[in-house]
Design a protein around this ligand. Structure first.
Ligand code: OXD
Ligand code: MN
Length: 632
């Protein structure tokens, strides 16, 4: 029975049913009884495998088809009336043509199946940030995952009332035919259509499709921001709390940073990290002139491989109950799950992610095809399971941001951390981000590509307009957060990671937040921005072997803080090429000015000048075209 009288919702459901032609329509009220019954049905049909309920209560395993394991960026479309508005780095399709194509593919595909109607809210139901979505789908897996990742049920419809203001999402699994797979967004119609996939990022329509692509478009028009960012809180020994948002590309450690456990001596002093979100931030200007952020999601859709008690204890704990695992291995000895990196010991009897017996003796860590779990295998876990979930997780007004951090995987060039000179320079740094690709999307991994603000796959409109929106937001915020860039992935000449990462990133976070104080710690002004003095990063009790014969020490720290102006001159050229050849138009003048400053700062004559007196560089100092390059 329909859970609402809202005419617009009823019309959307009726139109969807006309296309899909399901045997049955079931409205999801989100009640425990309904969810339990759906899990039982999915176990019966083989869509879910019930795991050991003593060791992993209410946990299940799901396997996707082997052709359907990641986001498909080349089949993801922004369908705007005007092609230019989708911009040069989104795939575009004419909306009329897109609707026709999708309808033709989906027509009759739900025959013999049930169509579920999921009313959900991104953000705490009833808060100023919250937005309602209705997803129809013929997949129980989608219903169960959406029930973890979003706030689902009748309360969302009650909040919506008679309004037309909701995002329509139509998902039909069809035959999971990769050649007919389309993820289509119609930002001008508040509509999303996804056909022929059952992989999370393509079908949990509240996540990437709504909370990033459609929301970024809404944010531009309504004066707020939807970003691919984690949000974390740092509690100081005296109880003070500060919040940070950080944008890293997919599978580059957002979940790890969001839940980090500080090194022991920080814990002993009383420092604590709390997780508000691990993937998406919706950000608005608060009445106090600061930026306030919420995590619109309700769970974590985290990458499993590499997650263990050392790399991310809190994430692992979050998966211990009420979790759906996708494409990990099944340990048949005790009906638990396993993935590469979970433990040193590999299970003796295991079914791999494709459903075949796995022989640990054939495992070769250099050959991904020998892995038991898919490199992009996932866990969908409720946020409230997380031992360090922030008390502000359900806050209706969000948390105020002191800092925004950008970062990517860069083997060289980019130092461990640096700070922008001001907001616009920070926007420039975000716009110029590049990172090595990962298994989160189909295609080659480890290839360096531009990923501005980690939003390349997620900005629902022209990237030049998106940069301009950032610049505009800067004008609206009286007390903007400071903007930083980090790189945990610098390598030595033998390819060893030079920074330990994980919990030790706390040391960098501490410096970042000190730079946000009224009396910030000093920094060195370089060609690219403010870099820490090595002695200002706390490396006490840091015990890390870069390689068998090299331990991490202050010299190694100095090395990863180095700004090589020759390399940066090349980087500036590269950024200019990206602006001109890829983004092409609509890039705001403020960013061109920053690029010009970078180019000037890296000119050999200037770079070779003897370093001038060091500046007690106040973060709030207005941007100057200062040309000296100093080493930390
Ligand atoms: C994700 C992604 O799943 O970015 O969060 O791909
Ligand atoms: Mn993501």
């Amino acid at each position: 029975m329909a859970l609402t009288k809202n005419k617009y919702v009823l019309d959307f459901v009726a139109e969807s049913a006309e296309i899909g032609q399901p045997d049955k329509i079931v409205w999801i009220d989100g009640s425990a009884a309904q969810i339990k019954a759906l899990k039982e049905e999915a176990v019966k049909s083989g869509e879910l495998i019930k795991l050991n309920q003593n060791l992993l209560p209410d946990c299940y395993l799901h396997r996707t088809k082997v052709n359907d394991v990641a986001r498909v960026e080349d089949r993801t479309f922004i369908c705007t009336k005007n092609r230019e508005d989708a911009g040069p780095i989104n795939y575009w399709m004419d909306p009329k043509q897109a609707y026709e194509l999708a309808n033709e593919i989906a027509r009759g595909s739900m025959k013999g199946r049930t169509m579920y109607v999921i009313p959900y809210s991104m953000g705490v139901v009833g808060s100023d940030f919250a937005k309602i979505g209705i997803e129809v789908t013929d997949s129980i897996y989608v219903v169960l995952n959406m029930n973890i990742m979003t706030r689902v049920g009748k309360a969302c419809l009650d909040f919506l009332g008679k309004s037309e203001d909701f995002i329509k999402g139509f998902h039909a699994k069809c035959n999971v035919d990769a050649e007919k797979r389309y993820i289509m967004h119609f930002p001008e119609d508040n509509t999303i259509i996804s056909v022929n996939s059952a992989y999370g990022g393509n079908v949990l329509l509240g996540k990437k499709c709504f909370a990033l692509r459609i929301a970024s478009y809404l944010g531009k028009n309504e004066g707020w921001m939807a970003e691919h960012m984690l949000i974390l809180g740092v509690t100081y020994p005296d109880g003070e709390k500060k919040y940070v948002a950080a944008a890293f590309p997919s599978a580059c450690g957002k979940t790890n940073l969001a839940m980090l456990i500080p090194p022991k001596h920080y814990l002993d002093m009383g420092y604590k990290i709390e997780c508000v979100g691990d993937d998406i931030a919706w950000i608005r200007v608060g009445e106090d002139g600061r930026l306030w952020a919420v995590n619109p999601e309700n769970g974590f859709f985290g990458v499993a491989p590499g997650t263990n008690a050392h790399s991310n204890y809190n994430a692992l704990e979050s998966t211990k109950r009420g979790t759906i695992f996708t494409n990990v291995a099944l340990n048949t000895d005790d009906m638990t799950v396993w993935w590469e990196g979970l433990s040193k010991e590999m299970p003796e009897h295991c079914i791999d992610w494709t459903g075949k017996p796995w022989d640990r003796n054939k495992f070769d860590k250099k050959d991904k095809s020998t892995c038991s779990a898919h490199p992009n295998s996932r866990f969908t876990a409720p946020a409230t399971n997380c031992p360090c979930v922030s008390p502000e997780f359900n806050s209706k007004k969000g948390v105020p941001l002191s800092a925004i951090i950008f970062g990517g995987r860069r083997a060289s060039t980019t130092p461990l951390v640096y700070q922008s000179r001001d907001w616009n320079h920070g926007v420039f740094i975000g716009s110029a981000m590049s990172s090595e690709t990962t298994a989160a999307a189909t295609g080659a991994t480890g290839v360096l590509r531009h990923d501005p603000m980690a939003m390349k796959p997620f900005a629902g409109y022209h990237m030049g307009d998106y940069f301009a929106h950032w610049v505009e937001m800067g004008k609206k915020v009286e007390h903007p957060p400071k903007i930083f860039n980090v790189n945990w992935f610098r390598q030595d000449k033998d390819g060893n990671f030079m920074w330990p990462g994980f919990g030790d990133n706390m040391r960098v976070l501490e410096w970042i937040l000190k730079r946000c104080d009224d009396n910030p710690v000093d920094a060195v002004e370089t060609a690219i921005g403010y870099v820490p003095k090595a002695e200002d990063i706390d490396i006490s009790e840091l015990d890390y072997n870069i390689s068998d014969n090299k331990k991490f020490d202050i010299e190694a720290l100095k090395e990863i803080l180095t700004v090589d102006t020759e390399k940066w001159a090349k980087e500036a050229e590269e950024i200019e090429g990206y602006y001109n050849d890829t983004i092409q138009s609509r890039i705001p003048k403020e960013l061109w000015d920053c690029l010009e400053t970078l180019k000037n700062n890296c000119k050999p004559a200037k770079a070779e000048k003897p370093a001038a007196e060091e500046q007690p560089a106040k973060a709030a100092k207005p941007a100057t075209a200062k040309k000296t390059s100093k080493k930390a």
